[in-house]
Design a protein around this ligand. Structure first.
Ligand code: G3H
Ligand code: 13P
Ligand code: ZN
Length: 326
């Protein structure tokens, strides 16, 4: 491969048209995180079978895990696999939570069609300047950029915040204008990971701040908004994990009804990582609990991949509304 690869060589598209159609059609594009072959296959097959456009996303640490040189080949393999099935869905490769210009540039140069610059932990001006720098490099190469305003709580490998700060709607217009971003992640009460709320038995989880979302949508009409931390933390998977030796008693996520409402609004991209992890872990734990002598990875990673495909189809069809929108 040459020193740099443009995403079009890999059969990918940027997110511009995807978001335009999602905004007009009142649905959201799924952005599923992955870091290995079975996850990638589970996601792409689920999207091919439900004829949904898809954003395949990797964090900086996921990219390191898969290997930055290896990753673009995996993704182009996934695109070729769905084409061979006779399915023509739009596929984007996106950097999730990029935190430096160098990381975003390296992703763009290796074939990513979209990048996020998450400067949400910086002060407004610093965030805007860093994001603008990435936008300039990206747009020259027809790569789309997601920015973020407001802070989500939660812990991931490289993103960790104790408390969240809701997005201030009055800052959004200026940020979009200054940076030239193509989409904006906002904070309205979601958080990363499988433990999103502390709820006592019988208590409901607090509703998302749709009032903030609406105010933002009024200030930047038809501008694509992104919802991070949007796993439902599917209760059946949590139950399955706990039934087969796991310990995730207090895991709780965003109720599906609220995700449906978000998908029908200015939210054009919904980020799902934890639910994919839960689906695979539940399936793997079941295999090991029922077949303790099993040691062929295909016998547990295969069912895990199938469970992920099932979950992806369900989300596309019944939560995000992206099924059939290719
Ligand atoms: O929001 C980011 C994702 O959940 C990625 O998490 O850094 O553990 O790959 P990660
Ligand atoms: P979840 O942890 O809710 O799946 O959120 C994932 C995410 O926002 C990735 O950027
Ligand atoms: Zn996120």
């Amino acid at each position: 491969m040459a020193d740099t690869t443009h995403y079009k060589e890999l059969g990918l598209v940027n997110t511009r048209d995807m978001f335009k159609k999602a905004m007009a059609g009142g649905y959201a594009i799924p952005a599923y995180n992955f870091n290995n072959m079975e996850q990638l296959q589970g996601i792409i097959i689920g999207c091919a079978e439900s004829k949904s456009p898809v954003i395949l996303q990797v964090s900086g640490s996921a990219r390191k895990y898969a290997d930055p040189r290896f990753l673009p080949h995996m993704v182009t393999g996934a695109v070729q696999m769905v084409r061979a099935l006779g399915v023509d869905i739009s596929v984007a490769l996106h950097l999730d939570h990029g935190d430096t210009f160098d990381l975003a540039k390296s992703c763009i140069d290796s074939g990513f069609s979209s990048v996020m610059l998450d400067g949400s932990h910086h002060a407004f001006e610093e965030n805007a300047a860093l994001t603008r720098q990435v936008v300039e490099y990206a747009h020259e190469r027809e790569v789309t950029v997601e920015g973020e305003l407001g802070v989500l709580a939660g812990v991931e490998d490289e993103v960790s915040h104790e408390v969240s700060h809701y997005t201030k709607p009055e800052e959004v217009e200026a940020f979009v204008e200054k940076t030239g971003v193509d989409s904006l992640a906002i904070s309205i009460g979601t958080s990363h990971g499988a433990y999103k709320f502390k709820v006592k038995p019988g208590e409901e989880v607090p509703p998302l701040r749709f009032d903030i979302l609406e105010e933002i949508a009024q200030r930047v009409p038809d501008f694509p908004i992104v919802l991070h931390g949007a796993s439902a933390v599917v209760p059946e998977y949590v139950k399955m994990i706990n039934a087969f030796g796991g310990k995730m008693d207090d895991a709780v996520g965003i109720p599906e009804e609220q995700l449906r409402k978000a998908a029908g609004s200015a939210v054009c991209k919904i980020n799902i990582d934890s639910d994919g992890r839960l689906a695979m872990t539940a399936a793997i734990r079941k295999v090991f609990a029922e077949n303790p002598s099993e040691f062929d990875p295909r016998k547990y990673l295969g069912p895990a991949r199938e469970e992920l495909t099932k979950m992806v189809k369900y989300k596309n069809e019944h939560v995000l509304g992206s099924a059939g929108k290719a």
